[in-house]
Ligand binder design. Structure first.
Ligand SMILES: NC(=O)c1ccc[n+]([C@@H]2O[C@H](COP(=O)([O-])OP(=O)(O)OC[C@H]3O[C@@H](n4cnc5c(N)ncnc54)[C@H](O)[C@@H]3O)[C@@H](O)[C@H]2O)c1
Length: 371
């Protein structure tokens, strides 16, 4: 089992990563001296296959344990569901000495994290991510939240867990579409880190798609290290943490424009392709760097709905991005692998041209075409 440390000003905590390590979770809770009153918020869809293993954790006379089953899907990240969690905590006599364990994907982690940060002014939390996206991204860094009034993550907190526990064995049952969603973030880290990791992801992309154990474990660990390092330097996203938004200004607009019918990771990959072309349009990269940068994304199949996006709509949605100032859209752009530029303002013609190039690239130049 690997241990990665997140070092923050007020609190540091570890991320444990391994394969088939679930039975060690109870010992770790003991080792960290955490409360023995454990409220487990678990994605209900896991119970069919993982039920017996999940029911085994924290299950002896030393613990008071309650399992709270969460309906899968984004709609569970709601005020209504949060209300039910508070009621269940109170009705089952959980108090300040509670440990909330989030077992599931990003939806479970964000909601359980928000509940932990607000119940009784904050109780202990551990994150046990079960999707690739949650393992490499959402469980690390302390962002929690719920959606409100049709806006994603409208209400939330920064609240760090006591530790994050990543058992990559959970990925065995993860559907391909969800896997690709997480690979979108892995690809983003490949661009943010160095040539070595970029080449590894490119060379082993087929193995990653097949969930080949060694490659998956390697990229999960490496991605967690990258995210941990960024968060350690900038917990509240005042500077460096913004690099994690590479491709995301475009991606969020694609998701909204397509009514969330494509996966987040698919939108991120299309967003990164757009950001690379925008970097070219703004003379941040030359043609030979462009060829290298774009080559990794050619490995990925993307949904054909992306070809139908309305550029004016996408532009308007991007203008609403909360990171903008004075009505100018700010992008994270890329100069080369490991070199990104923050807060680059860009004009409408360059943006429209980048969108067109992204669609052309996926339609014509990608060997895999659309799915
Ligand atoms: N807090 C952050 O920093 C942060 C970062 C990125 C994304 N997010 C949030 O994360 C959420 C998306 O996360 P997600 O992609 O994990 O979605 P999710 O939690 O909805 O999980 C995706 C699907 O996979 C299923 N699932 C989970 N684990 C499984 C397993 N091991 N085997 C089979 N099926 C499994 C779930 O039931 C669900 O249907 C969004 O709400 C997004 O806003 C948060």
């Amino acid at each position: 089992m690997e241990k990665i440390l997140i070092s923050l000003k007020d609190k540091s905590y570890p991320v444990y990563v391994g394969n088939s390590i679930l039975e060690q979770l109870t010992y770790l809770v003991d080792g960290h001296n955490l409360p023995k009153n454990i409220f487990v918020i678990v994605d209900e869809s896991l119970m069919d296959v993982w039920g017996p293993k999940i029911k085994n954790i924290f299950f002896d006379e030393n613990y008071k344990r309650h399992l709270y089953f969460l309906k899968p899907g984004e709609h569970s990240k709601s005020y209504l569901e949060l209300n039910k969690i508070y009621s269940s905590l109170i009705n089952n006599n959980f108090g300040r000495d509670t440990l909330i364990a989030a077992v599931g994907g990003g939806v479970t982690g964000d909601l359980a994290g928000f509940a932990a940060s607000t119940f009784m002014r904050g109780v202990n939390l551990i994150q046990v991510p079960t999707t690739l996206l949650a393992m490499v991204d959402s469980s690390i860094g302390g962002k929690t939240g719920i959606n409100f009034s049709k806006t994603k993550n409208m209400i939330g907190t920064f609240y760090q867990p006591q530790f994050v526990f990543i058992d990559t064995k959970f990925l065995d049952t993860l559907p391909q579409k969800e896997l690709l969603s997480g690979l979108g973030e892995v690809i983003k880290y490949a661009y943010l880190s160095d040539e070595n990791f970029y080449s590894f992801v490119k060379k082993n992309f087929d193995k990653l798609i097949r969930k080949e154990n060694e490659s998956i474990n390697y990229v999960v660990t490496k991605s967690a290290i990258i995210k941990a390092s960024v968060v350690s330097h900038d917990e509240k996203e005042s500077g460096l943490r913004q690099i994690l938004n590479l491709g995301h200004t475009f991606a969020h607009a694609f998701e909204t424009e397509l009514n969330f019918k494509i996966k987040h990771g698919e939108a991120v990959i299309a967003g990164i392709i757009s950001a690379i072309y925008l970097s070219r349009n703004m003379n941040i990269v030359n043609d030979s760097t462009l060829t290298n940068l774009i080559s990794l994304t050619a490995k990925v199949k993307l949904p054909k709905q992306l070809a139908k996006i309305n550029f004016e709509n996408v532009y308007k949605i991007m203008l609403l991005d909360k990171k903008n100032r004075n009505g100018r859209i700010k992008f994270v752009l890329i100069k080369n692998i490991g070199e990104v530029l923050l807060g680059v303002e860009s004009g409408k013609p360059e943006i429209f041209s980048a969108l067109k190039m992204m669609i052309n690239f996926i339609s014509k130049e990608s060997s895999n075409n659309w799915i």
